[in-house]
Design a binder for this molecule. Structure first.
Ligand SMILES: [Zn+2]
Ligand SMILES: [Zn+2]
Length: 291
């Protein structure tokens, strides 16, 4: 059920992108090591059983509600804790403010101020007050801390999500503006080799089949207000925008590239696209509107 991707596969995918985008080499180096640590960490995860009763399931499927709430995800805290430390070590080698911020996080963990068994549940229940106080009392950059926490949870999130897939009706396209497993927004749109479209969840990594012409956030299907932009000199990318909700999503077209594809890499390898579309007044899909 769970697919383990080898470190060679990730390195190959990252190397190919590094060749095209040498300016991002340092950032890509860090991500390569994080992706490999995440994939390796899957082998250490013990997933607990989680079942959805027939009664609840029939309501969820009928109403097209997500199968589980984000706060219901089960994380292997021990494995995530080890990955947390590994990711901190990787980020220590980064340039600039990043390594300073990570140093403070490592110190706080070492002296017992921060512990993954508290950080992870707080993250899942989106406890703003908890993270505000960490930032205020310990002068820790919450964006960096949030990145490390989310990154160390990712393997458990993905494995839990894979466990939930058996409950989904996979024969039909999902036409809602959120992930059928966890209700989060998609972070990437993909055209498969057969031309079919799928979307990748920004939270649990679930990939689901979707309609080709529709806004994956507000569910708009009016082609007058849906359009896409091509990206100069990079024909495998396009950006789909919705004029109704002003959101955009990056799309990668597998038919138009022979690169080795690792989807988490595709989401982060084009920060200039995000900059450009934010400048144009569009909102990245995976960010809540009130931020
Ligand atoms: Zn999801
Ligand atoms: Zn929309």
């Amino acid at each position: 059920m769970s697919t383990v991707i080898t470190s060679d596969y990730i390195s190959k995918a990252v190397d190919q992108v590094k060749k095209i985008k040498p300016d991002y080499r340092l950032m890509l180096d860090l991500y390569e090591r994080i992706f490999i640590a995440q994939e390796n960490s899957r082998k250490t995860i013990r997933m607990q059983e989680y079942t959805i009763s027939d009664e609840v399931l029939s309501v969820k499927l009928k109403e097209k509600f997500p199968l589980v709430e984000v706060s219901e995800f089960i994380i292997d805290i021990e494995s995530a804790g080890e990955l947390f430390s590994a990711i901190c070590e990787i980020l220590l080698t980064a340039e600039g403010d990043m390594s300073e911020s990570v140093k403070k996080i490592i110190d706080a963990v070492d002296n017992g101020t921060l512990a993954t068994e508290n950080l992870i549940p707080a993250f899942l229940r989106e406890d703003e007050a908890f993270f505000n106080s960490i930032e205020k009392d310990h002068n820790i950059d919450r964006r960096v801390l949030g990145f490390v926490i989310f990154s160390c949870m990712k393997p458990s999130l993905a494995m839990f999500s894979e466990m939930m897939e058996k409950y989904l009706d996979k024969d039909n396209e999902w036409d809602k503006g959120y992930c059928p497993v966890c209700g989060s927004m998609p972070e990437l749109s993909i055209f498969e080799d057969n031309g079919k479209r799928s979307l990748l969840c920004g939270f649990c990594g679930h990939q689901w089949p979707s309609k080709r012409v529709y806004c994956s956030f507000c569910e708009n299907t009016d082609h007058e207000t849906l359009r896409y932009f091509e990206i100069d000199n990079e024909e495998e990318y396009r950006v789909d925008v919705c004029e109704k909700c002003k959101r955009y999503i990056k799309t990668v077209d597998k038919k138009k590239t022979s690169r080795t594809m690792y989807l988490p890499l595709e989401s982060i390898a084009t920060p200039y696209i995000d900059l450009k579309f934010k400048e144009m007044g569009y909102i990245p899909g995976n960010i809540p509107v009130d931020q």
